[in-house]
Design a protein around this ligand. Structure first.
Ligand code: 5GP
Ligand code: ZN
Length: 112
């Protein structure tokens, strides 16, 4: 999709600190980390949010979660939080489905 930041990351036209890439998914460091390890995992294909992704392609949604686990392990994490902000009022600001992988410190609950 044109004018989508994360489609640009997936295509390699927007620079990113990529930690894991397959033909289907990309994991890269968040530009504004909220924890010592803060990765974003995206499908290469564009879906506006995690719900749309899971509805259209459940296999790909699973691949995003598997990539999150692999990327966390590559960063030395055993414990991490996986977050899909879905919708503006839930904090979603980039409307290309993405999982946040947060770890490297103790995380409190509930989130803000
Ligand atoms: P959301 O708020 O949609 O759940 O998450 C979007 C995330 O993308 C935010 O954590 C934000 O810091 C990150 N982000 C925004 N622009 C860029 C960018 O150009 N590069 C990278 N690596 N992360 C970005
Ligand atoms: Zn996109």
């Amino acid at each position: 999709m044109t004018n989508c930041l994360f489609c640009g990351v997936a295509a390699g036209t927007i620079p990113a600190d990529v930690v894991l890439r397959t033909d289907q998914v990309v994991a890269f460091r968040d530009i504004n980390p909220q924890a010592p390890v803060h990765l974003l995992v995206i499908p290469v294909a564009h879906y506006r949010d995690a719900g749309a992704l899971a509805a259209a392609d459940p296999l790909l949604a699973g691949q995003v979660i598997q990539a999150a686990q692999s990327a966390a392990e590559l960063q030395g994490l055993t414990d991490y939080r996986l977050v899909f902000n879905t919708g503006e009022h839930a904090g979603q600001s980039v409307f290309h489905a993405h999982a946040h992988v947060l770890g490297g410190r103790s995380l409190t609950w509930p989130p803000g």
